[in-house]
Design a protein around this ligand. Structure first.
Ligand code: PEP
Ligand code: MN
Length: 372
């Protein structure tokens, strides 16, 4: 399954976008001090909370953009759904006090109009909006002629074409300052993380749209503040250009996303612990060592492909035997036993169980198909 999800977008969806050309990555998403850092509360709750959070964040000296959600897409009704447009002047005040640029989420054309009227500096499109081409089209139309940069979060479900499609729709209406935000994807099996990072999807996005800056939101991905730092580090290790991290002066009293917000002082510590890798090569000795390791990886990958090809040959022979003896293709007990055995083998070899499980789910699905 993971392979299908990760598979690249169809030609027709990327071609118009690529052929119009996106030029260089827009400077507006670049920071003078390293990765672009966007921080602020999940929701704007009161003027005092917005101003206090913005001031404490600006004291860190490393925040580029202050975020706060005004219109909150909540899964269940009767949750706090945001203060709406009455919070726009609070963001303006926060900007006047701290000189931080402001960002909020817009989920329809009305939100865009309010944001443009009130001079919001950056608009982000949330995961639940990116999935909806009608809404994106309306939002793109409302943005026509405006010069505001837009951050497009990944769709909540793991379909790269929806993410690219939203970016394309904006681009076609003249929006030129676009970044993508990787915030993770819904997963059916509840895991440690709130959302599945599915790292191969943003990597695939970068491969198709190399000029679109890629920013990671480890807060929503993690769902718990303790898990944010390793995800943020992974994002930087993957070469992502920025981070969006939720921060609140009193996380325990937050109206939304309580467990995943950091106090500004905790965010300061997290940011100073992160290691920013230098792009490009780092000297002759390192280059040689990298080349040697990469050659070994190439060799190992070739062995894996040959082993998979041999395995598929055996699968086809089994398929033939089953067909000639009227035995059903899929046998649950055999599959359960095989998967458990592979997971134990993998663990003994120092591999993560979710990795072996995902890999063998894919191999098994393909093997069943090949037997028909
Ligand atoms: C948010 O950033 O507060 C938010 C609701 O994000 P997402 O769309 O990623 O859930
Ligand atoms: Mn949130």
């Amino acid at each position: 399954m993971a392979g299908k999800i990760a598979s690249g977008p169809t030609q027709s969806s990327t071609e118009p976008f690529r052929s119009t050309g996106t030029g260089m990555a827009p400077d507006v998403f670049k920071s003078d001090s390293g990765p672009l850092i966007i921080a602020g509360p999940c929701s704007a709750e009161t003027e005092a909370q917005v101003l206090a959070t913005a001031c404490q964040l600006s004291e860190i000296g490393r925040i580029d953009i202050f975020r706060a959600g005004l219109w909150k897409p909540r899964t269940r009704p009767n949750s706090f759904e945001g203060v709406g447009q009455q919070g726009l002047p609070w963001l303006k005040k926060a900007k006047a006090l701290t000189h931080l640029k402001t960002a909020t989420e817009a989920a329809n054309a009305h939100h865009i109009e309010h944001c443009l009227e009130q001079g919001i500096d950056f608009i982000w499109i949330g995961a639940r909006t990116t999935v909806n081409p009608f809404l994106i089209e309306d939002i793109a139309e409302a943005l026509r002629g405006a010069d505001v940069p837009v951050l497009v979060k990944n769709p909540i479900n793991p379909q790269i074409d929806l993410w690219i499609g939203a970016i394309e729709r904006l681009y076609r209406k003249g929006v030129r300052q676009i970044a993508a935000v990787h915030r993770g994807f819904s997963h059916s099996a509840p895991g440690k993380l709130r959302y599945d990072p599915a790292w191969m999807i943003p990597i695939e996005l970068k491969r198709h749209l190399p000029h679109i800056p890629l920013i990671c939101d480890p807060s929503h991905m993690a769902g718990q503040r303790e898990l944010i730092k390793p995800l943020a580090q992974m994002a930087l290790d993957f070469g992502m250009e920025g981070l969006m991290i939720e921060s609140h002066v009193h996380p325990a009293q937050a109206f939304s996303d309580t467990a995943q917000q950091l106090e500004p002082v905790q965010l300061k510590r997290l940011l100073s612990d992160l290691v920013v890798r230098r792009p490009g090569t780092q000297g002759h000795g390192i280059d040689q060592a990298l080349d040697t390791l990469r050659n070994q990886i190439n060799l190992t990958d070739t062995q894996i492909i040959n082993a998979l090809s041999k395995r598929m040959g055996l699968v086809r022979e089994i398929g033939h035997l089953k067909r000639t003896h009227n035995i059903p293709v899929f046998q649950l007990e055999r599959w359960d036993a095989l998967q458990n055995e592979r997971i134990s083998q993998g663990c003994r070899a120092g591999l993560e169980d979710y990795f072996i499980k995902g890999l063998f789910d894919l191999i098994h699905a393909h093997s069943v198909e090949a037997q028909f």
